[in-house]
Design a protein around this ligand. Structure first.
Ligand code: 2YC
Length: 269
């Protein structure tokens, strides 16, 4: 799993920048993309002033400068009241509870969760990122019905994305630098096919969810391609950007916004 650096997220607190970008490229706001992760949801999710407590976690490689502040800024932008606890770790969890947080965000080196203290519902960043970027791809494509999507990367996000997309698309292609991983994943679903060669996969697909850390040569990108790219670092060069119709990418905000909606709901789904 790729670990963010404070440099990756230095722009994140300016949520309005991404919001405007999304409105221009997929026709809806960051809240709209996150709300669209809920089956059958129309319109924007109303956070009804839920309160979010963000708890810095010092375990392992420790705190990423700007990470908690970014999660707070995203939560506020979505309509929640939000604060970063003064204490980290267990003290921070206790502080968040004593300050009346409804949802607690916390991330160590392996898991990033949003836990709803009132309902017991929680969301994790892997599933939420897959759902958030699938939502953005669906809005950009119009519909998945009778459509095919290529997933690049059979890691944590790519694996969730393939499972979800296998139920929505007529065909899903998956490719990974580790062919065995892609083959194992494809073998679980009748309409999912492994493509061994990443260049061939990109050249032959118009709709792409790129959940890999690898760079994609713009030479391979089809003109008019629609690309939803949670993968860190950003994978596309100028040529790829010129040829693609749409490339959706941000290091944290779409995943966190989906986590917020998925944990703020009354029940898990
Ligand atoms: O500042 C803190 O509290 C740190 N413990 C946060 C560590 C986050 C590590 N995870 C990542 O960098 C990426 C994120 C995009 C979410 C999942 N992995």
């Amino acid at each position: 799993m790729t670990r963010l650096t404070s440099d990756d997220i230095k722009e994140t607190p300016v949520v309005s920048k991404l919001d405007t970008e999304l409105k221009n490229i997929v026709g809806t706001t960051l809240l709209g993309v996150a709300s669209n992760t809920i089956p059958g949801m129309t319109g924007d999710f109303d956070f009804k002033n839920l309160k979010a407590g963000v708890v810095p976690i010092t375990s392992g490689e420790g705190v990423i400068r700007g990470f908690s502040e970014s999660v707070k800024a995203i939560s506020e932008y979505l309509g929640m009241e939000a604060f970063v606890t003064n204490s980290p770790d267990v003290g921070g969890i206790a502080e968040a509870m004593s300050k009346g947080a409804d949802i607690i965000f916390m991330a160590d080196d392996y898991e990033f969760i949003a836990y709803n203290l009132k309902t017991g519902v929680y969301s994790n960043n892997t599933i939420a990122t897959a759902k958030g970027y699938i939502s953005a791809l669906e809005l950009a494509m119009g519909t998945f019905e009778n459509n095919e999507v290529l997933v690049i990367g059979a890691g944590r996000v790519g694996t969730v994305a393939v499972e979800i997309l296998s139920k929505k698309c007529s065909k899903v292609f998956v490719t990974d630098i580790d062919c065995t991983r892609a083959e194992n994943l494809a073998s679980k679903y009748p309409n999912v096919y492994c493509v061994k060669n990443i260049e061939e996969a990109v050249r032959s697909n118009m709709n792409i969810l790129d959940a890999s850390p690898g760079l994609i040569d713009g030479e391979w990108v089809q003109k008019g391609a629609i690309i939803s790219a949670p993968g860190i670092p950003y994978a596309f060069d100028k040529k790829g950007e010129d040829k693609a119709k749409i490339i959706i990418h941000d290091p944290l905000s779409i995943g966190v916004s989906a986590m917020a909606v998925l944990s703020a709901r009354d029940e898990y789904f």
